[in-house]
Write a protein that binds this ligand. Sequence first.
Ligand SMILES: Cc1cc2nc3c(=O)[nH]c(=O)nc-3n(C[C@H](O)[C@H](O)[C@H](O)COP(=O)(O)OP(=O)(O)OC[C@H]3O[C@@H](n4cnc5c(N)ncnc54)[C@H](O)[C@@H]3O)c2cc1C
Length: 476
Amino acid sequence: MNRKKQYLKIKKETPKKREARKRVSDFYPTYYIFTTEEACTQSLRCIKCPVDLLKGIKSEFNFCRTGCPLNNKIPIWIEKVKNKDIKGAFEISNETSPFPEILGMVCPQDVLCQGGCTLSKTISGSVAIGAIEVYLNEQAFKMGLKPDYGENIKKIGKRVAIIGSGPSSMSCATFLLRGGVEVDMFEKSDRPGGLLTYGIPNFKIKKDVILRRFRWMQEAGMNLHLNSNIETPEQIKRMMDDYDAIFVGAGAPRGRGARMKNEDAHGVYNVMDILKHAQKRVFEDFYESILEGKNVIVIGGGDSAMDAVRTSVRMKAKSVRCAYRRDETNMPGSHKEVVNAREEGVIFEFYTAPKEVIIDKDRYVRGLICQKTKLGSSDHTGRRKIEIIENSDFTLDCDVIILALGFDNIVFPWYDDAQINTGKWGNIIVDENKRTSNAKIYAGGDVVRGADLAVTAAADGKKAAFSILEDFNKNK
Ligand SMILES: Cc1cc2nc3c(=O)[nH]c(=O)nc-3n(C[C@H](O)[C@H](O)[C@H](O)COP(=O)(O)OP(=O)(O)OC[C@H]3O[C@@H](n4cnc5c(N)ncnc54)[C@H](O)[C@@H]3O)c2cc1C
C-alpha cells in the first residue's frame, strides 16, 4: 500500500494503561511507554504533510508543527523512528525541545500537536505524536545517549541568574548552556522542577524523569541553589551587580479561594497543599496520609482538580467527589483525565456550586452546602456563563474540602525597585521576546501568562534564552 495511506490500514493506538484496580494502590505512572514495535508501527501512520512549514511557509491551518508551541520538527523525527534511527530522531527532537520526554507525558496533545495533525480531521484519528516522542527519548537514554547541554561549546564569559526551576527556567537554562553561558539557578523549594515536581502527580510524570534532567544540567556546569528564596530588593540588586542578566520563572503559585462561608475551617485545603504532601510522600517514602478514611470533595473541574481527586483516591480517602459548576463537556481540563478519575471511583457532581462549609463547634468540616447551577448566555470568549438556580440548596457530607480553582500571581516586593511593569493580575509584562521593562531582566512561563501549561512555559524560557544571547551579542 502507498506509504501515505498506511493510516487507513493501521489503527491509531494510544499507550496501554495499568488497570484502575491496581494503579489506585500506588503512585506509579498510569500509562506504559510504547514498545519499539508499537512506536514504529504508529509512526508509519504519519503522512508527512506536503506543506513544508519548516522552510518558513506559513498557513492558517494548524499542522502538528505549528500546533506545537516549540515548533518541534515532528514529521522528521517520526520518519526517523519509522526507520529505527533512534539517535537521529533523538537529536532532532532535543534540538527544539528542552525536555521532550517530559512534555510528551504532560502536554495536552489533543489541543496542540495532535489537534493540528491532518489525520485528526479524519475518522482515522491523529498520529500518536506524544507517545512516540516519549518512546524515542526513553529509548535513546537506554542506549546511553545524553541531551546536549553545551559541554563542547566555548564559554562566552557571561553569567545569568535564573529565579525558579520550573519548566520555563529549565528551558531557559538549557538553551543558555548550549550558548556557552554560565548559569546559576535559584529555587526556593527543597527540590527543583517547579510544578513538574511538586504539582503534577507521579502517576502522570515520574519524578526521577524530572530530576534526571537536573543531574545532566549540573554535570554540564549549571549551579543549582536550592532553598534559595529570592524576593527582596536587596537580593535582586546584588544579582544585578553579579550577573549579566536575570531570568524570572517564578510561576503563579497563589491558589484561589471559593469565597464561601467558613472557608478557613479545619479540613479545607488548597489543592497544592495536598499535591505537595503526596509528592513528598513519593520522594521520602512516608506513608502517613492526611486523607485516609476521609470523605473528600474537590471543588473545580480543571487538570489540577483531576490531579487532586486521583491523588485523594491514592491517599486512601473513603470517598472522593468532584463538584463542578458546569457540565462534563465544558470541563476545562483533559478529557482523558476525567475518564481515568471515573475508572478510579471518583464521583462527579456537575452543575454544582459551593455555598457554605458546614462546621462543628471546633470548626472542623462536616459538610458542604451547594447550589444547583445552569448554563446561561455566552460571555465575550464564547464560554457559557453560570447561573445559580434559586432555592436549590443541597448538602454533600464530607470532612475534607480541596479547593482547585486556579492560581494567581504573587507580586514580589522587588518589582518596584527594579522598575518591572506588571499587569492587572500581578503578572510580569514582557515583549514578544520575553524582555521586561528592565533591560537586564527577562521573564516567562506562569509568572507572565498566569497559570498555563508546561510547554508554553518551556517555549517562553527558550525564547528568553535566545533574546539574552542576542542581547549579549549586540552589546559585545
Ligand atoms: C496541579 C497542576 C497540574 C498541572 N498539570 C499540567 C499538565 O498535566 N500539563 C501541563 O502542560 N501543565 C500542567 N500544569 C501547569 C504547569 O505545571 C505550569 O504551567 C508550569 O509548571 C509553569 O512553569 P513555570 O516555570 O512558569 O513555573 P512553576 O512550574 O510554577 O515553577 C516556578 C518555580 O519557581 C520557584 N519560585 C517561586 N518564587 C521564587 C522565589 N522568590 N525564589 C526562588 N524560587 C522561586 C517555585 O518554587 C517553583 O519551583 C499543572 C499545574 C498544576 C498546578
